[in-house]
Design a protein around this ligand. Structure first.
Ligand code: FEO
Length: 398
């Protein structure tokens, strides 16, 4: 196992989780990495750690550069176990080594590992000197845990951003100049959608706080390291944090029992196309909710359809809507639709879950429902009504 040199004296020494496909419900089709960084200075410093089962891999990479027992300083930017799982074994090797982190992280690490390591509490703005370099800490609470923080090295203009700007990508390539940029940005967007989105207000604060920093490299704790494309990922984070969406993009998300709701979904697709917008169809039987969330980060219209089943909505649709509510996208326009047999309860339930301020809180279009099987004449009638409503929206946007 080799370390990867990033700058003179600065190395990536993380672990690669090639086979990871599910990160607590988020489909990680490209695997992931847990990035740890070794700085060789007067005080040898390790920033962050890896999942427990990749500890030996991290130690092998560190050993490629130095004897791991020579590490003088540990910095822990986050408690979550994908970045701290290797700590209990490392602390056995380095029992008295100072572990710099913030108060929330000290509390969290003690609660996780029941150990009273040699913690040194740091506050936002504190700086330590490790020789030729300084390291400054910037707490980033709730991006996405209370304990998250960034570490910044002014001499190198490197930001060690932990989960911020990360992506679940397992790769042999480390830098954004070595891997297809469109994939890195797409995976960063998926990561934001599924992990960071509920904390967008806090991301806004962090972006403001970090705006004065000169940054030539962002070293996240997952995936590819940002070098040449730092401005691109920072600009993307600004858009995502401020809920910027594409006013012409719509998602038509549905499940269906006897294909009537699917017919309505296709009709809605046609209505959006006919007014010059760009709809995408997502059948919840075929598309994972974490992939749909990636699209939701930039789509303005969120249309959700379910037939009525047992006086309610289909379980796939319910699961999606509860996931959506938890991730809290804002400033979106919703549409509830579906076919029904007799009760028709799915429509008010969808309308409530999408539109109620205590739920998703979207502005809502008129709901569309149809009893039993819509024929072409009925579909055309519904489509023309929706097209008229969409045209009005487009006019009002001008
Ligand atoms: Fe990658 Fe919040 O852990």
């Amino acid at each position: 196992m080799k370390a990867r040199k990033l700058r003179e004296g600065i190395y990536w020494v993380g672990g690669i989780d090639w086979n990871l496909r599910n990160f607590h419900g988020y489909m990680t089709q490209r695997g992931s990495t847990y990035n740890a960084y070794l700085i060789i200075d007067e005080k040898i410093t390790l920033i962050d750690n890896v999942k427990s089962y990749l500890y030996d891999e991290m130690i092998a990479r560190i050993s490629d550069i130095i004897d791991p027992s020579k590490i003088d300083i540990l910095i822990q930017n986050h408690v979550e176990m994908d970045h701290s799982g290797g700590l209990p074994r490392l602390m056995k090797l380095l029992p008295n080594t100072k572990l710099y982190t913030n108060a929330q992280a000290i509390k969290g690490l003690k609660a996780h590992y029941k150990e009273d390591w040699n913690f040194v509490e740091v506050k936002s703005g504190d700086t330590i000197n490790i020789g030729k370099r300084d390291l400054t800490f910037l707490t980033t609470p709730m991006v996405h845990w209370p304990d998250n923080m960034f570490t910044y090295c002014p001499q190198e203009t490197i930001l060690f951003s932990n989960d911020g700007f990360g992506q679940h990508i397992a790769s042999s390539e480390r830098l954004d100049t070595e891997f297809p940029l469109n994939i890195i940005l797409e995976e960063a967007k998926k990561y934001y959608a599924n992990i960071v989105l509920p904390y967008s207000k806090q991301v806004q604060n962090v972006l403001n706080a970090a705006s004065g920093l000169e940054i030539s490299m962002i070293c996240p704790s997952h995936g590819i390291i940002w070098t040449e494309h730092v401005p691109k990922i920072v600009a993307a984070y600004k858009d995502w944090a401020y809920y910027v969406s594409d006013s012409k993009t719509a998602l038509v998300i549905y499940d269906t029992m006897w294909k009537s709701t699917e017919k309505m979904a296709m009709m809605i697709m046609e209505a959006f196309e006919n007014v010059g917008m760009h709809p995408r169809l997502c059948n919840l039987q075929e598309t994972h909710i974490s992939d749909i969330m990636t699209e939701i980060v930039s789509a303005r219209y969120i249309c959700v359809g379910s037939p009525t089943l047992n006086s309610s909505i289909l379980p796939t649709v319910a699961a999606f809507l509860y996931y959506l509510k938890g991730l809290s996208p804002k400033d979106r326009i919703g549409l509830a639709f579906g076919s029904y047999g007799w009760g028709g309860q799915s429509i008010p339930i969808l309308q409530n879950l999408l539109g109620d301020p205590k739920e998703c809180g979207f502005e809502m279009l008129e709901p569309i429902k149809y009893q039993y099987i819509p024929d072409q004449a009925a579909l055309d009638e519904m489509r023309l009504k929706l097209e008229a409503e969409l045209k009005t929206k487009l006019e009002n946007q001008k």
